[in-house]
Design a protein around this ligand. Structure first.
Ligand code: RUQ
Ligand code: CUA
Length: 673
C-alpha cells in the first residue's frame, strides 16, 4: 500500500511539473487568439498578393517564396542544395555552382535573407542568403528567382551572422559562428588550446552596384568568440555594423554551461568606414587562403567556378578605433537596428530584460573614453554609457526584433512563445500575443529597412504541435501572420513552410512583379552546345563520350531515335528549348539516370550526363506537361555492346533502318515537317 501511495505521489508531481513546463511554452490565451480573421488574409482567386515573402529554408538549403497576406507558396528556389525538380546541381551547367574549396558540396543550412537596398529601402534587385555549414553566401536574382552567384567565405566555420546588408548595398557581412585556427595556420592543434589558437573573423563583402557581383573586400580578425547575428547601422549610424557574440568565456566543451557562465557577453561595433581607411592606407595583410567563387551566366546558361587564393586581413591591433565591444547580457542572439539608426536592440536569450543601446550615446562614450577596460586588446565601452535603457520583463528568451516604422518594436520570445510589442522611446511593453509555438525569427515587410511597411508581421515558429494534421514523427514547420496595423496585434493566419524557416524578408510585390524575365532569347544563347533549330540537332562521338545536341519544342524532341551508343559510353544530352513563350519549360529524363531530370526554360540549353551501363532500349521523355501531346514528347536510345559495329545514327520522323559502322560513320536525318 505504501508503495502505491508513493507511486501516485510521483505521478502527481510529474504531472504538475509537466503542466508547468507546458505553460512556460504554450500561451495561456491560446483559445482567445486561436480565431484568425480570415477576411484580412484572404486573397480572392485570380487576385495577387501585396508582398513577396522570401523565406529561408533552414536545413533544406533552399529559399522559398510565399505571398503575403495569403501565405501561398509560389516557388522554392534551389540555392545550396541540389534540386531534382529543376536539375539544379545535377545538370552539367549548374554543378559548378555548388563547388567549394572542399569540392562539390550539394547541401547547406540556410538561415538568413538580406534583400538589396538603395538609400535604406528595398530596391527589389537581389536577395542574399547564407549557407551556415560550409560558409557561403548566395545571390539570387529577383528577375529570374534563380541563384546567380555563390561565394565561399574563408577563415570561417558556421557562417551564421550573415548575410546582413548596408543601406546602399555597399557591403554584406559574414561573421563566423565558430572560431577556429585561421586557414593559413596549422589547424592540427589540441582542442583544449582554444584560448591560444582559435580566432574569429568577420568578412565585409562588397557588392558591385551594377552587376551585384560579390567579392571579399576585407576580413577583420577578432577574438575567439562565437558570432551570432548582425545588423548594419543606417541613417545616422551608417558606416557602422553591429555583431552579437556569445561564448566570451571561450569555452570549447559543454557550451550550454560553460558559454553561459558570464553575466555579460558583447555586441561588437565595427566602424567600417574606418576599416576602409585602414585598408586604403595599406594596413591589411594578405593571407593565403582557398575559397570558391561561382557565377552563373544567363547567356551561356552555364556556371563557372573559380578558386581564389588571397584575402586581405585587418588586425584590430594595427587599426585603433575600428572595433569596440559593448557589454550585453547574456548570450545575445539578435542585434537589430531601428529604422532611424539610433537604437540597437540586443536580445540576450538568457537575459531577463532587453537592453537597447543608443548610437548617439555610443559615440559620446567613445569621445568621453567611458571605457571598461579591454577584452583581448579591444576596448570595452561602459555598459551604462551606451545604454538607452532596458525593456523590463519583456518575456522569456528574447531572440529577434523587427520594427514597424511608427516607433514600435516587436520582439520574438522563444521560451514564452509570444511576440511582445514595445515602444522604443520609453521602452514600455504595450501588447503581447501568443505564437504556436516557440517562435524564432519574425519579419515585418520592410522591417529591417529605414521605411518599414508596418502592416503585417510574420512569425516563424520552431514547433507546431497540434496546429495541423499530423504527419508522422515530424510535424510541419509553420509561419503565422499577424495584423499589426492597430494597437493590438491580431493573429490572421497559420501557414506551413518548407524546411525549417529562420529569417525572412518581405517586399512590396510592385517592386519586382513587372520585372520578371519571361524567356531567354534564343538568339542570345551562347551555350557551347546550343542547337538553334531542329536542323542543328546532331549526335557526335568523341572517344567514349557521346554528345547529343537535342531540341525541344511542343511536342517532340529532336532527334528522337538514337542508335550506336555502346555500353560504357558517357552520353551528354544537351537540350535546347526552342520555345519563346513565357512558362513553356520542357523537361528531359531517361531511364536509369542516376542524377535527376532537368527542366529547360524557353530559349535555354541544359545538359544531363547519363552513362550506358547495359544493352537495351532506353526511352527518354519530356517531364513537364507542356501540351495536349506531352505524353507523345518522347524518344528511344539504343545501347549496343561495347565493341559492337552499330554505327552512331540519329533521326526524327524519317524512321531510317539501322545501319552498321561498315556503311557509315555518323548519320542523321530529320524530317522536314
Ligand atoms: S537564428 S531563431 Cu539561425 Cu537566425 Cu535566430
Ligand atoms: Cu515538353 Cu512535355
Amino acid at each position: 500500500m505504501k508503495f502505491n501511495y508513493f507511486k501516485i505521489y510521483v505521478i502527481l508531481i510529474m504531472a504538475s511539473a509537466c503542466l508547468l513546463s507546458m505553460q512556460s511554452c504554450k500561451p495561456k490565451t491560446a483559445q482567445a487568439a486561436a480565431s484568425g480573421d480570415a477576411s484580412k488574409s484572404f486573397v480572392a482567386p485570380g487576385k495577387y498578393d501585396e508582398f513577396y515573402n522570401i523565406v529561408s529554408g533552414g536545413f533544406n538549403g533552399q529559399v522559398a517564396v510565399y505571398g503575403i497576406p495569403s501565405g501561398r507558396l509560389f516557388r522554392i528556389i534551389p540555392v545550396f542544395s541540389q534540386s531534382p525538380e529543376s536539375g539544379y546541381g545535377f545538370s552539367e551547367e549548374t554543378k559548378p555552382m555548388l563547388n567549394t574549396s572542399h569540392g562539390f558540396v550539394p547541401w547547406d543550412d540556410q538561415h538568413h535573407i538580406a534583400l538589396s537596398q538603395t538609400q535604406g529601402e528595398h530596391d527589389g534587385r537581389w536577395a542574399f542568403a547564407n549557407g551556415n555549414n560550409t560558409p557561403r553566401i548566395a545571390r539570387i536574382d529577383l528577375t529570374t528567382f534563380r541563384t546567380s552567384e555563390i561565394l565561399e567565405i574563408p577563415n570561417s566555420a558556421g557562417n551564421h551572422a550573415s548575410p546582413f546588408i548596408t543601406e546602399n548595398s555597399e557591403y554584406i557581412v559574414a561573421a563566423t559562428r565558430f572560431s577556429i585556427p585561421l586557414d593559413d595556420q596549422n589547424g592540427d592543434v589540441p582542442i583544449n588550446t582554444y584560448k591560444q589558437n582559435f580566432k574569429g573573423s568577420v568578412s565585409f563583402i562588397s557588392v558591385n552596384p551594377t552587376s551585384g557581383e560579390m567579392s571579399i573586400a576585407f576580413q577583420i580578425r577578432t577574438p575567439g568568440v562565437n558570432f551570432d547575428l548582425s545588423r548594419a547601422g543606417k541613417g545616422k549610424s551608417h558606416g557602422w555594423f553591429f555583431f552579437s557574440c556569445y561564448n566570451s568565456e571561450k569555452a570549447n566543451t559543454l557550451l550550454e554551461q560553460n558559454a553561459s557562465a558570464k553575466d555579460k557577453d558583447f555586441v561588437m561595433a565595427v566602424n567600417w568606414k574606418k576599416a576602409e581607411e585602414y585598408l586604403k592606407a595599406g594596413k591589411a595583410k594578405k593571407q593565403a587562403v582557398r575559397y570558391a567563387h561561382n557565377t552563373y551566366d544567363d547567356n551561356t546558361h552555364s556556371a563557372t567556378s573559380t578558386i581564389l587564393t588571397e584575402v586581405a586581413i585587418l588586425d584590430p591591433a594595427d587599426c585603433p578605433d575600428m572595433l569596440y565591444l559593448i557589454p550585453c547580457p547574456k548570450s545575445p542572439h539578435g542585434t537589430d537596428v531601428d529604422p532611424t539608426g539610433e537604437y540597437i536592440v540586443a536580445s540576450g536569450k538568457l537575459a531577463a530584460s532587453i537592453p537597447v543601446f543608443s548610437f548617439t550615446k555610443l559615440q559620446k562614450a567613445i569621445a568621453d573614453k567611458a571605457f571598461d577596460g579591454q577584452y583581448d586588446g579591444i576596448t570595452v565601452i561602459k555598459y551604462e554609457a551606451a545604454l538607452h535603457g532596458e525593456v523590463a520583463k519583456p518575456g522569456l528568451g528574447p531572440l529577434h526584433t523587427e520594427f514597424d516604422g511608427k516607433g514600435y518594436a516587436y520582439t520574438s520570445m522563444f521560451l514564452s512563445s509570444e511576440i511582445v510589442k514595445w515602444r522604443i522611446s520609453d521602452l514600455q511593453v504595450l501588447d503581447r500575443v501568443p505564437t504556436y509555438y516557440a517562435i524564432g525569427h519574425l519579419s515585418v515587410p520592410g522591417g529591417p529597412t529605414a521605411k518599414p511597411h508596418g502592416k503585417y508581421m510574420i512569425a516563424y515558429n520552431k514547433m507546431t504541435k497540434d496546429r495541423y494534421l499530423p504527419t508522422g514523427p515530424e510535424l510541419t514547420q509553420s509561419a503565422q501572420l499577424y495584423d499589426i496595423s492597430g494597437e493590438k496585434m491580431k493573429l490572421l493566419l497559420d501557414f506551413p513552410t518548407t524546411g525549417e524557416p529562420h529569417y525572412a524578408e518581405a517586399l512590396p510585390a510592385a517592386l519586382i512583379q513587372g520585372k520578371q524575365r519571361k524567356i531567354y532569347k534564343i538568339e542570345e544563347n551562347t551555350h557551347a552546345y546550343v542547337s538553334k533549330g531542329e536542323g542543328k540537332a546532331k549526335v557526335e562521338r568523341n572517344g567514349n563520350q557521346v554528345h547529343v545536341w537535342m531540341t525541344a519544342i511542343r511536342s517532340h524532341l529532336t532527334p528522337d531515335n538514337i542508335e550506336g551508343v555502346k555500353v560504357g559510353d558517357e552520353v551528354y544530352f544537351h537540350i535546347t528549348n526552342l520555345e519563346q513563350d513565357w512558362d513553356v519549360p520542357h523537361g528531359f529524363a531517361i531511364k536509369g539516370a542516376n542524377n535527376a531530370e532537368i527542366l529547360i526554360m524557353p530559349g535555354e540549353t541544359q545538359s544531363l550526363k547519363w552513362v550506358a551501363d547495359r544493352t537495351g532500349i532506353f526511352p527518354f521523355y519530356c517531364t513537364d506537361f507542356c501540351s495536349a501531346l506531352h505524353q507523345e514528347m518522347s524518344g528511344y536510345l539504343r545501347v549496343s555492346p561495347a565493341g559492337s559495329n552499330v554505327a552512331l545514327h540519329f533521326s526524327t520522323g524519317t524512321n531510317k533502318p539501322a545501319v552498321t559502322a561498315d556503311t557509315v560513320k555518323t548519320t542523321g536525318s530529320v524530317s522536314k515537317n
